[in-house]
Every structure is written in structure tokens, then in C-alpha cells.
Ligand binder design. Structure first.
Ligand code: PBG
Ligand code: ZN
Length: 328
């Protein structure tokens, strides 16, 4: 055999295998999505998301304390209110007594070093379950949607969120949020992470269950990207960079590794996030339960593939397990 045909000598040792990666997965690259509900003492299992729960603010210390101890450095909050009056503009989203703002206050006091991001959207708070404000005929009314999203984002920043992350996909919301943050004096105090390339995916099923945010009619196809849309994803990424996003996100992650790689090339000077969404997590768990593979091996393979594609930040429901699995 020709000498240049021999590769195995370069990766036969556990250490030389590690050196094959351009970057290693570390704990600080993982952000944990958590669901906060409005019963302060709640700890309710979510059937479709094995091991995940809806938490009340009084439970956050006991639940997150051990994880922070083990090295969890960031969370992203999703509000799941039940006791509120939902309406056309998602009024409960930034209710000072609502679960998200209460949780921000609580977490800032409990864990001063924990980085707190907030998902910004209206679908958990609108009567119709869509992510924006609607016209009479049920279509998206862009201007008031963007204005309302920016208002909610600013109120999360004022409450102490380190990062606001709009997942609504309304056109122009990044610029509007950045403007609102800057004008109110939060331009240098709050990061803006854009769900830039968010695809209309079957993989959000368990999340909509968990958050009670399925649309009452229709679907999200007029604002979330078609899975085939490589070009639109690239345009959305470039647009959001231009509108002032501090972090770009691709979502879901594993079926869209090519889009992550595109984003790494289109926005090389930004942190790049990807979201291993609820259905991806449920799939990995279900396969392991069915004996298809080992859970830990598969969890590593999925997340390290995202790192290989170019992600520097990964939102994943596996974050707690990785705090046990990783050294740093
Ligand atoms: C809502 C939102 C969704 C997710 C994050 N924010 C669902 C959707 O767009 O319907 C999905 C997260 C997950 O599946 O884990 N704007
Ligand atoms: Zn939404």
C-alpha cells in the first residue's frame, strides 16, 4: 500500500482522536432551555420530553442549584402561563407578575453568575397561539407584531435578562429590538440572539405540548422557513447580521447542519447558536429506549456534529446530562 494511503496511525489513541476536532465541546457552550409556569410550586413532568418538567419559581433553587454547581453556565427561559387572560397582542408575555419576569428576578438573586436568556415570542400568550399580531383575516400584521415583540424584549432586558432571543420570525424585528434596547440604554447591557434561520418543523411537537403554544388554527408556514429553503436561510442570516443581531441561531439543528455551516461562513465574526429542539431530543431518547444505540454516545455524536458544522453555542435539553459527562 502507498504510504499516503495510511490514515489510521493518526487517530489510534484516545488523545489523538480528540485532536481531530477543530474545537472541543465544553460546558460553557451549552444553554439549557427551561419551562417556567405560573404556579410557583409546580414541578410537572412533560410526557413527550423525557426528564423535563414545567417549573414554578419556588422550585428553581432546588432544581438548578446542583446543575450550576456542576458547571451549567446559561439557561433560556420559556414562559408557560395557565392562569392568565390570553389576548390578540399577547399581553401576559411581559406581565411583571408573570412567570418569565418573576423567574429572571429570582435567578439573578439565586445564581449571580448564571447567564439568563429569554425566548421572546407571543405564541404562548396570544389567544390564537400565533407568534405575532393578526389581521382580521388571520394573516400576520407585521408592524404591530414587531412593535409588540420589541416591547416584550425590552421589558425582559429591564427585568435583568442578559440576552433576549426572538423566535417569532417576524420581518424586521431584529432592527426594532436593537433600536428599542439602544434607545432605552440597554444597548450595552443586553445581547440580542436572533432565531435567524428557523424552519417550519415537525420537531417542535413536544415543545408545543410543553408550552401549550400550538396555533388554534392554520400553521406557522407564513413565517417559518420551508425545510428546503437554503437560499432563504442564507438571506435571513445576512439580514439579521445587518439588523444588529449579536448572535445568529439555526433551528432545528441536526437536520440543518448544512445551514449551520452556511451561517458559519456568512457570519464568521458572530457567535453561532443552534437549537437541538424538543423533537430532536425526544428522538434521541426514544432511539436509546428502543435499544437502537447508547443514549450518551448518541447525544455526543449529535452535539459534536453541530460543533463540527460550526456552532459555538448549543441550546439543548441534554445540558444537565452533559454537566456530568464533560470535564470542563
Ligand atoms: C415558539 C418557539 C418554538 C420553539 C421555540 N420557540 C416552537 C414553535 O415555533 O412552534 C421550539 C423549541 C423546541 O421544540 O424545543 N416561538
Ligand atoms: Zn412563537
Amino acid at each position: 500500500m502507498d504510504i499516503s494511503s495510511i490514515l489510521q496511525g493518526g487517530y489510534q489513541h484516545p488523545l489523538s482522536r480528540q485532536w481531530q476536532g477543530r474545537r472541543a465541546l465544553t460546558k460553557s457552550m451549552l444553554m439549557y432551555p427551561i419551562f417556567i409556569t405560573d404556579d410557583p410550586d409546580a414541578s410537572v413532568e412533560i410526557k413527550t420530553l423525557p426528564g423535563q418538567r414545567r417549573w414554578g419559581v419556588n422550585k428553581l433553587e432546588g432544581f438548578l442549584g446542583p446543575l450550576v454547581q456542576k458547571g451549567l453556565s446559561s439557561v433560556i427561559l420559556f414562559g408557560v402561563p395557565f392562569k392568565c387572560q390570553k389576548d390578540g397582542r399577547g399581553t401576559p408575555a411581559d406581565d411583571p407578575q408573570g412567570p418569565v419576569i418573576q423567574a429572571i428576578h429570582k435567578l439573578r438573586t439565586l445564581f449571580p453568575s448564571l447567564y439568563i436568556a429569554c425566548d421572546v415570542c407571543l405564541c404562548e400568550y396570544t389567544s390564537h397561539g400565533h407568534c405575532g399580531v393578526l389581521n382580521q383575516d388571520g394573516t400576520i400584521h407585521t408592524a404591530p407584531s414587531v412593535a409588540r415583540i420589541a416591547e416584550v424584549a425590552l421589558n425582559y432586558a429591564k427585568a435583568g435578562a442578559h440576552c433576549v432571543a426572538p423566535s417569532d420570525m417576524m420581518d424586521g424585528r431584529i432592527k426594532a429590538i436593537k433600536r428599542a434596547l439602544v434607545d432605552a440604554g440597554y444597548g450595552n447591557r443586553c445581547t440580542l440572539m436572533s432565531y435567524s434561520a428557523k424552519f417550519a418543523s415537525a420537531l417542535y411537537g413536544p415543545f408545543r405540548d410543553a408550552a401549550g403554544s400550538a396555533p388554534a388554527f392554520g400553521d406557522r408556514k407564513c413565517y417559518q422557513l420551508p425545510p428546503t429553503a437554503k437560499g432563504l436561510a442564507r438571506r435571513a442570516i445576512q439580514r439579521d447580521v445587518g439588523e444588529g443581531a449579536d448572535i445568529i441561531m439555526v433551528k432545528p439543528a441536526l437536520p440543518y447542519l448544512d445551514v449551520i455551516a452556511d451561517a458559519a461562513q456568512l457570519a464568521p465574526d458572530h457567535p453561532l447558536a443552534c437549537y437541538q429542539v424538543s423533537g430532536e431530543y425526544a428522538m434521541v431518547c426514544a432511539g436509546a429506549d428502543a435499544g437502537v444505540y447508547d443514549l450518551k454516545v448518541m447525544a455526543f455524536e449529535t452535539v459534536e456534529s453541530m460543533v463540527r458544522a460550526g456552532a459555538t453555542l448549543i441550546l439543548t435539553y441534554f445540558a444537565p446530562q452533559f454537566m456530568d459527562w464533560l470535564d470542563v
